[in-house]
Design a protein around this ligand. Structure first.
Ligand code: PLP
Length: 351
């Protein structure tokens, strides 16, 4: 009931997609099927992609095995992600009623093709059917990047497994061409998502998602009661079929304001400044022999710790947060507790 809301969203997602250097297949301006949509959160995007993957897989398997019931097919479907992926991925599996395996990454905490292939082969031997993979670009705990390019090849060779890319935080950095090497292989993905509300100065909530074949989601969610029919059906994306709720906010408006107000150059400066500040802090950590860096610094997140026990680091965190000037959120990987400094405010300065 609001053509302007739909139209501006189509245009804004094309602008944003071009800013990130997304392949044309994801953009509405290509004239193909693909396009973008604004979801509320990355968790919703992961679930929506999983439901699309499920509907595509069900369609294919029903054709191959007309003798199987839907219940039998569903019980065989299995999806995969890095064990460092955000908890929302596992949750999407629970909500979508399918198995989702979290895989132990390599020693750099990246999910690689070998790890994924081995898990898929193992499952296929058990009679299961791989159908969905989530590749994380910028994990929540320590901001590591899965080997998207190789993972894309595994998904492509294996009966068309749907590849979703979760770049919730780090995706904003791809507006700077020098960071796009981290999303190498993006053309092999079926869907891509990041949160402009995390690091691109757009107020919560605004989670941008692009799909190459939205038809699988539209099919999965399509219901067509008389009170929702209209004369313009088919002339523009009917975003109600691309998401879980029916009603939607005019979120493209705030994206439009931010893009017009700052412009691409200033948004790039904002990202570069934050990454430079993170490296500045990293330098202090490296210069102080009491501390160590826990993970390579690539974005605005610095994972660091005292070269002491977990308990001593927990005490340090309590002291820092207790003073109320800096707020740090810790994490733990393989039983190692570390502190995380995230530069994300517009007002953060070197001093
Ligand atoms: N994915 C990653 C990699 C994240 O870091 C986060 C949040 O921190 C999420 C997903 C969940 O984001 P949202 O709150 O938008 O669902």
């Amino acid at each position: 009931a609001s053509p302007a809301c739909t139209e501006l969203e189509v245009v804004m997602l094309d602008w944003l997609g071009q800013m990130l250097g997304l392949p044309e297949e994801f953009l509405a301006r290509s004239g193909g099927e693909g396009g973008g949509v604004i979801q509320g959160t990355a968790s919703e995007a992961t679930l929506v992609a999983l439901l699309g993957a499920k509907s595509r897989a069900m369609h294919r398997i029903r054709e191959q095995h007309p003798e199987w019931t839907d219940f039998e097919i569903l019980s065989k479907l299995v999806g995969y992600c890095n064990s460092q992926a955000h908890s929302s991925v596992e949750r999407a599996g629970l909500l979508g009623g399918v198995k989702l395996r979290t895989l132990k990454p390599n020693n750099k905490r990246r999910l690689t093709a070998d790890i994924l292939r081995e898990a898929m082969e193992e499952d296929k031997r058990k009679g299961l059917i791989p159908f969905y993979v989530v590749s994380t670009l910028g994990t929540t705990s320590s901001c590591t990047f899965d080997a998207l390019d190789e993972i894309g090849d595994v998904c492509a060779t294996d009966d068309n497994v749907w590849l979703h890319v979760d770049a919730a935080y780090a995706g904003s950095a791809f507006i700077c061409p020098e960071y796009r090497y981290l999303m190498k292989g993006i053309e092999k993905a079926d869907s891509f998502n990041f949160n402009p509300h995390k690091w691109l100065l757009v107020n919560f909530d605004c989670s941008a998602m692009w799909l190459k074949q939205p038809r699988w989601i539209v099919d999965a969610f399509n219901v067509d009661p008389l009170y929702l029919k209209h004369d313009q059906q088919g002339s523009a994306p009917d975003y109600r079929h691309w998401q879980i709720p029916l009603g939607r906010r005019f979120r493209a408006l705030k994206l439009w304001f931010v893009l017009r107000l700052y412009g691409v150059d200033n948004l790039q400066k904002h990202i570069r400044k934050h990454i430079a500040l993170a490296h500045h802090f990293e330098k202090f950590v490296l210069e102080d022999e009491r501390f160590e860096i826990y993970e390579e610094v690539t974005m605005g997140l610095v994972c660091f710790k005292l070269k002491e026990s977990n308990e001593v680091n927990e005490e340090l965190l309590r002291t820092i947060n207790g003073r109320g000037k800096i707020h740090l959120v810790p994490s733990k990987i393989d039983d190692v507790y570390f502190l995380r400094l995230a530069v994300c405010s517009r007002f953060t300065e070197e001093k």
